[in-house]
Ligand binder design. Structure first.
Ligand code: COA
Length: 322
Protein backbone atom coordinates (compact mmCIF):
# COMPACT_ATOMS: atom_id res chain seq x y z
CA UNK A 1 0.00 0.00 0.00
CA UNK A 2 1.38 3.43 -0.98
CA UNK A 3 0.94 6.55 1.17
CA UNK A 4 0.69 10.34 1.12
CA UNK A 5 0.38 13.30 3.46
CA UNK A 6 -3.27 14.35 3.27
CA UNK A 7 -3.15 17.33 5.65
CA UNK A 8 -0.69 19.32 7.69
CA UNK A 9 -1.25 21.95 10.39
CA UNK A 10 0.63 23.76 13.12
CA UNK A 11 0.21 25.62 16.37
CA UNK A 12 2.54 28.19 17.88
CA UNK A 13 2.17 29.82 21.30
CA UNK A 14 1.07 33.48 21.25
CA UNK A 15 3.97 34.69 23.43
CA UNK A 16 6.39 36.42 20.97
CA UNK A 17 9.96 36.78 22.18
CA UNK A 18 12.06 39.30 20.27
CA UNK A 19 15.87 39.35 20.31
CA UNK A 20 15.81 42.42 22.57
CA UNK A 21 14.36 40.23 25.35
CA UNK A 22 17.76 38.52 25.78
CA UNK A 23 19.60 41.83 26.13
CA UNK A 24 18.08 42.12 29.61
CA UNK A 25 20.07 39.22 31.08
CA UNK A 26 22.91 38.17 28.73
CA UNK A 27 25.49 40.10 26.74
CA UNK A 28 24.01 40.00 23.26
CA UNK A 29 22.19 42.18 20.76
CA UNK A 30 19.64 42.02 17.97
CA UNK A 31 22.23 42.56 15.21
CA UNK A 32 24.47 39.68 16.40
CA UNK A 33 21.54 37.27 16.64
CA UNK A 34 20.13 38.18 13.22
CA UNK A 35 23.48 38.13 11.44
CA UNK A 36 24.77 34.88 13.04
CA UNK A 37 21.48 32.91 13.03
CA UNK A 38 18.79 34.63 10.91
CA UNK A 39 16.42 34.63 13.92
CA UNK A 40 14.28 37.75 14.49
CA UNK A 41 11.92 36.30 17.06
CA UNK A 42 10.58 33.04 18.49
CA UNK A 43 7.57 31.92 20.54
CA UNK A 44 7.67 30.60 24.10
CA UNK A 45 4.96 28.46 25.65
CA UNK A 46 3.30 29.88 28.77
CA UNK A 47 4.23 28.59 32.21
CA UNK A 48 1.29 26.18 32.18
CA UNK A 49 1.52 25.22 28.49
CA UNK A 50 3.46 22.07 27.62
CA UNK A 51 4.37 20.04 24.52
CA UNK A 52 1.22 17.89 24.72
CA UNK A 53 -0.90 21.07 24.80
CA UNK A 54 0.81 22.38 21.67
CA UNK A 55 0.15 19.03 19.94
CA UNK A 56 -3.54 19.02 20.82
CA UNK A 57 -3.93 22.58 19.50
CA UNK A 58 -2.11 21.71 16.25
CA UNK A 59 -4.42 18.70 15.81
CA UNK A 60 -7.49 20.89 16.45
CA UNK A 61 -6.20 23.33 13.83
CA UNK A 62 -5.83 20.44 11.37
CA UNK A 63 -9.48 19.52 11.84
CA UNK A 64 -10.65 23.15 11.61
CA UNK A 65 -8.65 23.79 8.42
CA UNK A 66 -9.68 20.55 6.70
CA UNK A 67 -13.46 20.20 6.83
CA UNK A 68 -14.53 16.59 6.38
CA UNK A 69 -11.39 15.25 8.06
CA UNK A 70 -11.91 13.23 11.20
CA UNK A 71 -9.61 11.46 13.64
CA UNK A 72 -12.14 8.65 14.30
CA UNK A 73 -10.22 6.01 12.39
CA UNK A 74 -6.68 7.18 13.19
CA UNK A 75 -4.92 3.95 14.18
CA UNK A 76 -1.47 5.22 15.17
CA UNK A 77 -0.05 8.38 16.74
CA UNK A 78 3.66 9.15 16.47
CA UNK A 79 5.05 12.12 18.39
CA UNK A 80 8.56 13.36 17.69
CA UNK A 81 9.80 15.49 20.57
CA UNK A 82 12.86 16.21 22.69
CA UNK A 83 10.87 18.19 25.21
CA UNK A 84 8.11 15.85 26.36
CA UNK A 85 6.04 16.99 29.37
CA UNK A 86 7.46 13.94 31.15
CA UNK A 87 9.28 10.72 30.24
CA UNK A 88 6.25 8.53 30.98
CA UNK A 89 3.41 8.47 29.91
CA UNK A 90 4.25 9.20 26.30
CA UNK A 91 3.02 12.34 24.58
CA UNK A 92 1.27 10.09 22.05
CA UNK A 93 -0.81 8.40 24.77
CA UNK A 94 -1.86 11.73 26.25
CA UNK A 95 -2.84 13.05 22.83
CA UNK A 96 -4.82 9.86 22.14
CA UNK A 97 -6.77 10.50 25.32
CA UNK A 98 -7.29 14.21 24.82
CA UNK A 99 -8.41 13.82 21.21
CA UNK A 100 -10.52 10.83 22.23
CA UNK A 101 -9.08 8.55 19.54
CA UNK A 102 -9.91 4.90 20.27
CA UNK A 103 -8.07 1.72 19.09
CA UNK A 104 -4.87 3.55 18.37
CA UNK A 105 -1.18 2.66 18.82
CA UNK A 106 0.93 5.34 20.50
CA UNK A 107 4.65 5.97 20.36
CA UNK A 108 7.05 8.86 20.97
CA UNK A 109 10.12 9.27 18.78
CA UNK A 110 13.37 10.59 20.22
CA UNK A 111 15.39 11.80 17.28
CA UNK A 112 15.70 15.49 18.16
CA UNK A 113 15.41 17.81 15.16
CA UNK A 114 15.21 14.86 12.75
CA UNK A 115 12.17 13.42 14.56
CA UNK A 116 9.38 14.67 12.30
CA UNK A 117 10.98 13.20 9.17
CA UNK A 118 11.66 9.93 11.02
CA UNK A 119 7.94 9.95 11.86
CA UNK A 120 6.92 10.32 8.21
CA UNK A 121 9.25 7.47 7.23
CA UNK A 122 7.80 5.22 9.96
CA UNK A 123 4.21 6.12 8.97
CA UNK A 124 4.97 5.24 5.35
CA UNK A 125 6.40 1.89 6.50
CA UNK A 126 3.37 1.11 8.68
CA UNK A 127 0.97 1.79 5.83
CA UNK A 128 3.16 -0.13 3.35
CA UNK A 129 3.16 -3.17 5.64
CA UNK A 130 -0.65 -3.11 5.78
CA UNK A 131 -0.78 -2.97 9.58
CA UNK A 132 -2.08 0.62 9.78
CA UNK A 133 -4.15 2.96 7.64
CA UNK A 134 -4.24 6.41 9.20
CA UNK A 135 -1.27 7.80 11.09
CA UNK A 136 -0.88 11.16 12.84
CA UNK A 137 2.73 12.35 12.91
CA UNK A 138 3.55 15.20 15.29
CA UNK A 139 6.73 17.23 15.62
CA UNK A 140 6.39 19.34 18.74
CA UNK A 141 8.60 21.12 21.24
CA UNK A 142 8.46 23.30 24.32
CA UNK A 143 12.24 23.84 24.25
CA UNK A 144 12.05 27.01 26.36
CA UNK A 145 11.46 24.75 29.37
CA UNK A 146 14.85 23.09 28.78
CA UNK A 147 16.86 26.13 27.71
CA UNK A 148 19.83 27.32 29.76
CA UNK A 149 19.20 31.07 29.87
CA UNK A 150 22.71 31.64 31.26
CA UNK A 151 24.27 30.25 28.05
CA UNK A 152 24.25 33.03 25.46
CA UNK A 153 25.48 30.74 22.69
CA UNK A 154 22.38 28.54 22.86
CA UNK A 155 19.49 30.34 24.62
CA UNK A 156 18.95 32.78 21.76
CA UNK A 157 18.36 29.91 19.33
CA UNK A 158 15.39 27.93 20.60
CA UNK A 159 11.62 28.37 20.30
CA UNK A 160 8.41 26.44 20.90
CA UNK A 161 5.77 25.14 18.49
CA UNK A 162 4.06 22.10 17.06
CA UNK A 163 3.21 20.63 13.68
CA UNK A 164 1.15 17.61 12.68
CA UNK A 165 0.75 15.65 9.46
CA UNK A 166 -1.92 13.12 8.61
CA UNK A 167 -0.54 10.19 6.58
CA UNK A 168 -2.98 7.95 4.72
CA UNK A 169 -3.01 5.32 1.97
CA UNK A 170 -2.67 6.52 -1.61
CA UNK A 171 -3.14 4.87 -5.00
CA UNK A 172 0.24 6.26 -6.06
CA UNK A 173 3.24 6.79 -3.80
CA UNK A 174 3.65 10.39 -2.68
CA UNK A 175 6.18 9.65 0.06
CA UNK A 176 9.29 8.50 -1.76
CA UNK A 177 12.61 6.91 -0.77
CA UNK A 178 14.35 8.17 2.35
CA UNK A 179 17.82 8.44 3.89
CA UNK A 180 18.56 8.00 7.59
CA UNK A 181 21.74 7.84 9.62
CA UNK A 182 23.57 8.77 12.76
CA UNK A 183 27.01 9.54 14.16
CA UNK A 184 26.70 8.75 17.86
CA UNK A 185 30.34 9.67 18.47
CA UNK A 186 29.09 13.30 18.51
CA UNK A 187 26.63 12.51 21.33
CA UNK A 188 28.01 15.08 23.73
CA UNK A 189 28.09 17.87 21.15
CA UNK A 190 24.32 18.33 21.56
CA UNK A 191 22.50 16.83 24.53
CA UNK A 192 19.83 17.24 27.17
CA UNK A 193 20.32 15.00 30.18
CA UNK A 194 18.28 14.91 33.34
CA UNK A 195 19.94 11.93 35.00
CA UNK A 196 22.95 10.20 33.44
CA UNK A 197 26.18 12.12 33.63
CA UNK A 198 28.15 10.25 30.97
CA UNK A 199 27.76 10.01 27.20
CA UNK A 200 29.99 7.53 25.35
CA UNK A 201 31.88 7.10 28.64
CA UNK A 202 32.70 10.82 28.91
CA UNK A 203 31.49 12.96 31.81
CA UNK A 204 28.80 15.55 31.03
CA UNK A 205 26.82 18.10 32.99
CA UNK A 206 23.32 16.71 33.65
CA UNK A 207 21.20 19.66 34.71
CA UNK A 208 18.16 19.07 32.50
CA UNK A 209 19.14 21.85 30.08
CA UNK A 210 20.23 21.77 26.44
CA UNK A 211 24.01 21.79 25.95
CA UNK A 212 25.48 22.42 22.55
CA UNK A 213 28.91 22.66 20.97
CA UNK A 214 27.61 25.06 18.32
CA UNK A 215 30.69 25.17 16.11
CA UNK A 216 31.02 21.38 15.83
CA UNK A 217 27.30 20.90 15.12
CA UNK A 218 27.37 23.72 12.57
CA UNK A 219 30.23 22.15 10.58
CA UNK A 220 28.82 18.62 10.84
CA UNK A 221 25.42 19.86 9.67
CA UNK A 222 26.66 21.60 6.52
CA UNK A 223 28.93 18.70 5.52
CA UNK A 224 26.51 15.87 6.32
CA UNK A 225 23.33 17.49 5.04
CA UNK A 226 24.93 18.48 1.72
CA UNK A 227 26.10 14.90 1.09
CA UNK A 228 22.77 13.41 2.18
CA UNK A 229 20.66 15.72 0.00
CA UNK A 230 22.64 14.53 -3.03
CA UNK A 231 22.31 10.89 -1.89
CA UNK A 232 18.55 11.31 -1.43
CA UNK A 233 18.14 12.76 -4.92
CA UNK A 234 20.16 9.90 -6.42
CA UNK A 235 18.14 7.32 -4.47
CA UNK A 236 14.97 8.73 -6.05
CA UNK A 237 16.52 9.19 -9.53
CA UNK A 238 15.76 12.91 -9.27
CA UNK A 239 17.81 16.06 -9.79
CA UNK A 240 17.64 19.42 -8.04
CA UNK A 241 15.58 20.75 -10.96
CA UNK A 242 12.89 18.14 -10.22
CA UNK A 243 12.38 19.61 -6.73
CA UNK A 244 10.05 22.53 -6.16
CA UNK A 245 11.14 23.12 -2.56
CA UNK A 246 13.77 22.08 -0.04
CA UNK A 247 12.96 22.22 3.67
CA UNK A 248 15.97 21.60 5.88
CA UNK A 249 15.60 21.73 9.65
CA UNK A 250 15.69 25.41 10.66
CA UNK A 251 18.69 25.42 13.02
CA UNK A 252 20.46 28.47 11.64
CA UNK A 253 19.94 30.42 8.40
CA UNK A 254 23.69 30.18 7.75
CA UNK A 255 23.45 26.36 7.74
CA UNK A 256 20.64 26.58 5.15
CA UNK A 257 22.69 29.02 3.06
CA UNK A 258 25.81 26.85 3.43
CA UNK A 259 24.01 23.70 2.26
CA UNK A 260 22.30 25.56 -0.61
CA UNK A 261 25.70 26.81 -1.81
CA UNK A 262 27.26 23.36 -1.43
CA UNK A 263 24.54 21.54 -3.42
CA UNK A 264 24.04 24.39 -5.92
CA UNK A 265 20.41 25.16 -5.01
CA UNK A 266 19.02 28.71 -5.35
CA UNK A 267 18.01 30.23 -2.00
CA UNK A 268 14.46 30.85 -3.26
CA UNK A 269 13.96 27.06 -3.29
CA UNK A 270 14.89 26.83 0.40
CA UNK A 271 11.96 27.13 2.84
CA UNK A 272 12.51 27.79 6.52
CA UNK A 273 10.83 28.82 9.75
CA UNK A 274 13.95 30.23 11.41
CA UNK A 275 13.14 33.95 11.04
CA UNK A 276 10.00 34.11 13.18
CA UNK A 277 10.15 30.87 15.19
CA UNK A 278 13.86 30.21 15.83
CA UNK A 279 15.07 26.62 16.16
CA UNK A 280 11.95 24.62 17.09
CA UNK A 281 13.68 21.25 16.62
CA UNK A 282 11.18 18.61 15.45
CA UNK A 283 8.52 21.28 14.77
CA UNK A 284 10.65 23.37 12.41
CA UNK A 285 9.89 21.47 9.18
CA UNK A 286 6.07 21.52 9.49
CA UNK A 287 6.27 25.18 10.57
CA UNK A 288 8.28 26.02 7.43
CA UNK A 289 5.78 24.06 5.32
CA UNK A 290 2.90 26.00 6.86
CA UNK A 291 4.52 29.41 6.27
CA UNK A 292 5.09 28.49 2.61
CA UNK A 293 1.58 27.09 2.25
CA UNK A 294 0.05 30.30 3.65
CA UNK A 295 2.22 32.32 1.26
CA UNK A 296 0.72 30.34 -1.63
CA UNK A 297 4.09 28.76 -2.47
CA UNK A 298 3.38 25.05 -1.96
CA UNK A 299 0.91 23.71 -4.52
CA UNK A 300 -0.55 20.23 -5.05
CA UNK A 301 1.87 18.12 -7.04
CA UNK A 302 4.96 20.02 -5.83
CA UNK A 303 7.96 17.85 -4.95
CA UNK A 304 9.49 18.72 -1.60
CA UNK A 305 12.73 17.43 -0.08
CA UNK A 306 12.69 17.50 3.71
CA UNK A 307 15.74 16.76 5.83
CA UNK A 308 15.99 17.01 9.59
CA UNK A 309 19.25 16.81 11.56
CA UNK A 310 20.31 17.30 15.14
CA UNK A 311 21.06 15.68 18.50
CA UNK A 312 22.45 12.19 18.13
CA UNK A 313 23.89 13.43 15.98
CA UNK A 314 21.31 11.99 13.63
CA UNK A 315 19.52 12.86 10.41
CA UNK A 316 16.56 11.74 8.29
CA UNK A 317 15.53 12.94 4.86
CA UNK A 318 12.65 12.14 2.54
CA UNK A 319 11.15 13.48 -0.68
CA UNK A 320 7.38 13.85 -0.84
CA UNK A 321 4.76 15.08 -3.29
CA UNK A 322 2.37 17.66 -1.87
N1 COA B 1 25.53 37.29 21.45
C1 COA B 1 26.68 37.91 21.18
N2 COA B 1 27.85 37.26 21.02
C2 COA B 1 27.82 35.92 21.14
C3 COA B 1 26.64 35.21 21.40
C4 COA B 1 25.46 35.95 21.59
N3 COA B 1 24.27 35.39 21.84
N4 COA B 1 26.91 33.89 21.45
C5 COA B 1 28.22 33.77 21.22
N5 COA B 1 28.77 35.00 21.03
C6 COA B 1 30.17 35.33 20.76
C7 COA B 1 31.10 34.21 21.16
O1 COA B 1 31.40 34.29 22.53
C8 COA B 1 32.29 34.50 20.28
O2 COA B 1 33.04 35.54 20.86
P1 COA B 1 34.65 35.43 20.88
O3 COA B 1 35.04 35.41 19.41
O4 COA B 1 35.05 36.66 21.61
O5 COA B 1 34.96 34.16 21.57
C9 COA B 1 31.66 35.05 19.00
O6 COA B 1 30.34 35.46 19.37
C10 COA B 1 31.54 34.00 17.91
O7 COA B 1 31.04 32.81 18.50
P2 COA B 1 30.86 31.51 17.70
O8 COA B 1 30.50 30.39 18.61
O9 COA B 1 32.03 31.36 16.77
O10 COA B 1 29.60 31.91 16.87
P3 COA B 1 29.02 31.19 15.66
O11 COA B 1 29.12 32.08 14.50
O12 COA B 1 29.53 29.78 15.52
O13 COA B 1 27.49 31.08 16.06
C11 COA B 1 25.89 29.48 16.85
C12 COA B 1 27.09 30.34 17.20
C13 COA B 1 25.45 28.69 18.06
C14 COA B 1 24.76 30.41 16.41
C15 COA B 1 26.28 28.55 15.71
O14 COA B 1 27.47 27.89 16.01
C16 COA B 1 25.24 27.53 15.37
O15 COA B 1 24.17 27.87 14.91
N6 COA B 1 25.56 26.23 15.54
C17 COA B 1 24.74 25.12 15.17
C18 COA B 1 23.41 25.18 15.77
C19 COA B 1 22.66 23.97 15.42
O16 COA B 1 22.66 23.55 14.31
N7 COA B 1 22.01 23.42 16.42
C20 COA B 1 21.28 22.28 16.46
C21 COA B 1 21.04 21.53 15.30
S1 COA B 1 19.55 21.00 15.71
Amino acid sequence: MESKITAIAVYTPSNRITNEYFEQFIETNNEWIISRTGIKERRFADKNEFTSDLCVKAAQNLLAENPGTSFNDVDFILVATTSADQVMPSMASQIQNRLNIQNCGCLDIMAACAGFVYGLILAKGMIASGTHKKVLVFGAEALSKFTDFHDRTSCILFGDGAGVALVEPSERSKIFNAVTGSDGSHGKDLYLSQHASVINGEAIESNGKIHQNGKVVFKWAIQTVSVKVKELLAKNSLTLDDLDWIILHSANMRIIEGVAAEIGAPMDKMLSSIEYFGNTSSASIPLAWNIAKNAGKIKPGNKILMLGFGGGLTFAGVIIEA
